[in-house]
Design a protein around this ligand. Structure first.
Ligand code: C2E
Ligand code: CA
Ligand code: CA
Ligand code: CA
Length: 277
């Protein structure tokens, strides 16, 4: 997991370096915990730069472990991905996020809130993905354009031809596609040409260095310019300071997301936050 990108290195938590037996136990607990209803979604607002309005939220999974408390994804996502359990986890997240998005779509104060869902590598390469997405949209009667799927460069690289076909189908449905952790993988430039994507998410590791580190600043600037040139929206994640927001606005970034606005919170807390704005 360490080699997968700058973000992974930063969020790596030594507590996940348990022995194999501990990991196996945790995996068993997660396998039972999913049908038991122990997963939760938190939502982090995404704010449009030009008018400060909410464009959407990113849905981020948590595990309410009966003993260990509320666990962040760094404690269990890699385990789920390695074991294949991420299929069940991903299916739960997709359904729960679409259900929540449909609830907001019926609420006049939140009606245009798009919900972004993170897809694991296994989900993107699963031939059943399109059916799972159309199934969730139909079940909860959500308009496709209110759903955004975040995929990583790494996931796209596993089988680029199959991924391109999947993304084309999703685009035809009206679902948005975002390239997550942009800049941390390889071949970013050719990917934009090859895959029908609507959005680039500039990784937090670059946003953190904005205005402080010359090469991070140059990378963010280049990503924004590149995206604009090909008509793709840019979202900057991990925006923590007003100075970062200001620089991103100057560069022409479209949407910002980060602790400067809100941490990921439960649905009710997000609604309160949205009303108070
Ligand atoms: P990500 O997709 O890059 O999500 C952004 C992470 O950065 C989130 O961590 C979010 O809480 C955190 N973050 C947001 N704003 C700030 C900020 O201003 N400062 C700092 N320091 N951090 C910020 P989280 O929720 O712990 O998720 C970590 C990773 O776990 C995600 O990275 C994503 O790769 C994965 N993940 C989360 N939910 C899901 C899911 O439902 N399915 C899958 N497959 N992966 C998920
Ligand atoms: Ca994401
Ligand atoms: Ca991201
Ligand atoms: Ca990231």
């Amino acid at each position: 997991a360490k080699a997968r990108g700058r973000q992974r290195v930063e969020v790596h938590d030594p507590r996940t370096d348990d022995g194999a037996a501990d990991r196996l136990r945790l995996l068993g607990e997660l396998r039972r915990g999913i049908p038991d209803g122990q997963l939760r979604l938190h939502h982090q607002p995404q704010v449009r730069v030009h008018d400060g309005r909410i464009s959407g939220v990113e849905a981020l999974v948590r595990w309410q472990h009966p003993v260990r408390g509320l666990l962040p994804p760094s404690e269990f996502i890699d385990l789920a991905e390695q074991s294949g359990l991420v299929r069940e986890l991903g299916a739960w997240v997709l359904d729960a996020a679409v259900e929540q998005a449909a609830r907001w779509a019926r609420d006049p104060e939140c009606a245009t809130v798009e919900v972004a869902v993170n897809l694991s590598t296994r989900q993107l390469t699963d031939p059943g993905l399109v059916d799972a997405v159309t199934g969730a949209l139909a079940r909860h009667r959500l308009a496709a354009h209110l759903l955004v799927l975040e995929v990583t460069e790494t996931a796209l690289a596993v089988d680029p031809d199959a991924a391109a076909a999947t993304l084309a189908t999703l685009k035809d449905l009206g679902v948005g596609v975002s390239v997550d952790d942009f800049g941390t993988g390889y071949a970013s430039l050719t990917y934009l040409q090859r895959f029908p994507v609507d959005e680039l998410k500039i990784d937090r590791s670059f946003v953190t260095g904005l205005g402080v580190n010359a090469s991070d600043t140059a990378i963010v600037q280049a990503c924004v310019q590149l995206a604009r040139a090909v008509g793709v929206r840019t979202v900057a994640e991990g925006v923590e300071t007003e100075e970062q927001r200001r620089l991103l606005a100057e560069m022409g970034c479209d949407v910002v997301q980060g602790y400067l606005f809100s941490r990921p919170v439960e649905a009710a807390a997000f609604q309160e936050w949205a009303r108070a704005r």
